[in-house]
Design a protein. Structure first.
Length: 392
């Protein structure tokens, strides 16, 4: 340790404290999660938080260097070196880097940062409370995915006791250097405020990442991955709300069930990739033909379902016919091929206290009536089917 020019000037107590913290950092990060909470998303989130925390540490150290230089303290270069060191560590902690590279960068950054804080704290003494900045390490332990809850509490308590012990050492010994009272007051306030702002910034950033991941998970749970349309699960939620609003406001509510004609032949003759591309293109075309407030869902296989609030039977049929004609008049380019695709549609409008399943089944019966009649047409469902009543 004496061979390093930066570490040679660290107070002896700081040199004794550093290996313990470094060992704790390595063990904390290497220990695998035993309770099943460690996932790829959590690891990526943790790395991102550590990355931005490292940039924040570097910026604070550069500010410290300017502050120390302004009071003619000879250790301003120490803060400058630590600050400049942190910035390249940002890239070594990226999610694309191998784990050994990340853990080495994290361990080195933590050890140098802790050594820096201990050294400066012991140099200036209790007057400026420089060691308060070490408190910002604790949130990093709390958001680590590779630690079990028990291990997190162990290292949080151990880190807290180490900071308390350092505080006691600082209080009971004389400062190496004395500074003017106004400067001391300013630096003490700064070192009290910086940990608070740092912890707040890290947790705000962590919250932003968690909220983004939650939105992605919700999107994946409610979106069809092939077409990008809502899936059946999400459509049922929308239908429940629309059904409730329709009965309360007494406005009509219609369903259009759409099925691609001869879809099996498309898969057999052109391949399943061509069939998937047909569904993707229809998934982009159909939503452009409905109103804001209407919903389009991939119902399953080659079927799409349209939910049309404020549409009676006549307007729903007109919408279905317009979509059918648009699809028939729009050849789809699939690779080097051009396919003429048609669809058959069944239309059902909510009747009385009819449930979603019953209305969807009526639309399905009408759809298959259209298939039997020759395809490429819109069929309006009867208001009564015996098998629909028994199913409902």
């Amino acid at each position: 340790m004496t061979g390093c020019p930066l570490l040679a000037n660290i107070h002896p107590a700081g040199r004794l404290w550093l290996p313990i913290q470094l060992q704790g950092s390595i063990l904390s990060t290497l220990r695998l999660e035993q309770d099943g909470d460690d996932t790829e998303i959590i690891r990526a989130t943790f790395r991102s938080v550590v990355q931005h925390g490292t940039m924040l540490i570097g910026s604070i150290c550069l500010f410290d260097a300017m502050m120390f230089y302004s009071v003619n303290d000879s250790q301003w270069w120490w803060a400058l070196c630590v600050g400049l060191f942190c910035f390249p560590m940002y890239y070594f902690m990226d999610w694309k880097r191998p784990f050994p590279v990340f853990i080495a960068a994290l361990a080195i950054t933590l050890s140098i940062t802790i050594a820096y804080c201990v050294h400066i704290a012991l140099r200036f003494g209790v007057g400026i409370n420089f060691h308060y900045k070490l408190i910002a390490i604790i949130p990093l332990i709390a958001v680590s995915g590779r630690l079990s809850e028990r291990a997190k509490w162990f290292w949080i308590i151990a880190s807290t006791l180490a900071i308390v012990a350092l505080d006691h050492r600082i209080v009971t010994q004389s400062a190496v250097i004395a500074i003017d009272t106004p400067v001391e007051v300013f630096m003490r306030a700064l070192n009290f405020g910086i940990p608070i702002v740092t912890i707040a910034a890290l947790f705000m950033y962590y919250f932003k990442l968690v909220a983004r991941q939650q939105a992605l998970l919700k999107e994946h749970a409610t979106t069809d991955p092939l077409t990008g349309l809502m899936n059946r699960r999400r459509l049922r939620e929308v239908w429940t709300q629309a059904e409730h609003d329709g009965r309360r406001g007494s406005f009509p509510l219609s369903i259009v069930l759409c099925d691609v004609d001869h879809f099996k032949a498309i898969n057999d003759n052109h391949g399943h990739e061509a069939g998937d591309e047909v569904l993707r293109k229809l998934g982009r075309l159909i939503p452009g033909e409905v109103r804001i407030g209407d919903s389009v869902c991939r119902w399953g296989g080659e079927e799409f379902l349209l939910l049309l609030p404020h549409s009676d039977q006549a307007s729903a049929a007109a919408t279905a016919n317009r979509i059918r004609e648009t699809i028939a008049a729009t050849p789809l380019s699939i690779g080097s091929q051009t396919l003429n695709v048609t669809v058959t549609m069944g239309v059902a409008t909510l009747v009385g206290n009819e449930k979603f399943e019953a209305a969807a089944h009526r639309a399905d019966v009408a759809l298959y009536d259209g298939k039997k009649a020759g395809r490429n047409r819109v069929v309006i469902a009867e208001s009564y089917y015996p098998d629909v009543v028994s199913a409902a």
